[in-house]
Write a new protein. Structure first.
Length: 401
């Protein structure tokens, strides 16, 4: 069916706009009047060609999810019925994939399903944590409060992810430039100099001979080298998807200088923030730990949490198995122990999360300031070394005259 963009006024004042599918403009106008919206403008949209890749199907941006959650919490707090709130949010949503998901959820809720049951059918959009919190909210009758907490949690997790990405963009760009410049010099520039040097009839300096030899290897085996790199990346990716592979790779990452400590701080911040949100919202501690383990982002941390969960189910406190794991710093386990003793676990977890998120900020700033000169020196050595090695024979020839 064609899609129509509409604008309209509410009887009590206010303005709304959105999009609707319908057989014709009359049907859209009639539907809007049923919703107590007085249409002022209805325009048929041009047909769009939409290509959806299989791996993107059902994917929704976290920012869109946070906005949806925040708006749904606000509407429920204002007293709007859940079905009507979902319909309004579907109309306002610009992402067609997410719009379709919201409409499906709205139809299921309208048919009698709980919100949690409807959300559970879209796991690529709403994860276990989201669904479990909604279950707890529906049971306690605090859906608006918990949805608001969920929105805050999603926003903080996205903020943390952006910090990590911003820390990695600069070194990756420098390395990419270094590799690109090296390949161009080796494949296109060095061969020109090689032909020039062939007519000189004298022995080339050792650095020049090494560069020329590497250039010949590049020209002859560049595609093979690229193929090996691609195959190695695919094999490593598949190995990382196995339990054993992920455990070894994540363990290795935690031991890296500078980067390892940053990864650990991010994992602890995620652990504390997620567990704090779940505990505050009334999700049972064992179920919370099961959700938190998968959200930590590191297999070593995940294993430590799951082992701790088993110990807790046998009667231990939360802090005891975490201390035994050796993965969590003493400050974290001590604050959790204090929280358990005083009955303020969620408060302590949120303080830990705040502290480690601030630590991530400092670590990212430090990493950027340290990497910048190192990478610039690296780039200068690679490119400068190649240029100098090519000009050495010319300098040698000039000194002979």
């Amino acid at each position: 069916m064609p899609k129509y963009a509409w604008e309209g006024r509410l009887p009590q004042g206010g303005f709304r706009k959105g999009e609707l599918e319908g057989p014709n403009e009359t049907a859209v106008r009639a539907y809007l009047r049923q919703q107590q919206i007085i249409p002022t403008k209805i325009v048929k949209k041009a047909t769009e060609i939409k290509i959806t890749l299989p791996f993107m199907k059902g994917r929704v941006k976290k920012r869109s999810l946070a906005i949806f959650t925040r708006q749904l919490a606000t509407m429920i707090d204002a007293g709007l019925p859940l079905v009507q709130s979902l319909e309004i949010l579907a109309q306002q949503e610009e992402d067609e994939t997410f719009q379709e998901i919201i409409r499906t959820i709205k139809n299921e809720v309208e048919a009698g399903a709980t919100l949690a049951a409807a959300l559970q059918k879209h796991p690529r959009c709403f994860d276990n944590m989201y669904v479990n919190l909604v279950v707890a909210a529906e049971e306690a009758g605090t859906l608006d409060v918990i949805l608001s907490r969920l929105a805050t949690h999603i926003e903080k997790m996205e903020e943390l992810k952006k910090k990590i990405k911003s820390a990695m963009v600069y070194p990756i760009m420098i390395l990419a430039v270094a590799i690109g410049v090296t390949i161009v010099l080796m494949v296109f520039v060095v061969p020109v100099f090689e032909k020039l040097f062939a007519g000189m009839g004298s022995t080339l300096p050792l650095p020049t001979r090494i560069v020329v030899a590497i250039s010949n290897i590049f020209k002859s085996y560049l595609l093979i080298v690229i193929g090996i790199v691609v195959v190695a990346a695919i094999v490593l990716r598949k190995y990382y998807k196995t339990e054993k592979g992920r455990l070894r790779v994540d363990g290795f990452l935690l031991k890296l200088p500078i980067f390892g400590e940053l990864i650990r701080k991010v994992a602890i911040a995620r652990f504390a923030r997620t567990l704090g949100t779940l505990v505050t919202s009334g999700v049972p501690i064992l179920e919370s730990l099961n959700i938190v383990a998968g959200a930590s982002g590191n297999k070593v941390v995940e294993e430590a949490i799951l082992k701790g969960r088993v110990s807790i189910s046998e009667g231990q406190t939360i802090s005891e198995p975490l201390i035994e794991s050796g993965v969590f710093p003493m400050m974290v386990t001590q604050m959790i122990a204090v929280g358990e003793t005083t009955g303020s676990l969620e408060l302590m977890l949120n303080k830990v999360a705040d502290f480690y998120e601030a630590e991530v900020d400092v670590a990212v700033a430090t990493l950027s300031s340290m990497l910048e000169p190192v990478l610039m020196i690296f780039l200068g050595v690679i490119v400068g070394g190649l240029v100098i090695s090519m000009y050495l024979p010319i300098f040698k020839m000039a000194s002979a005259f």
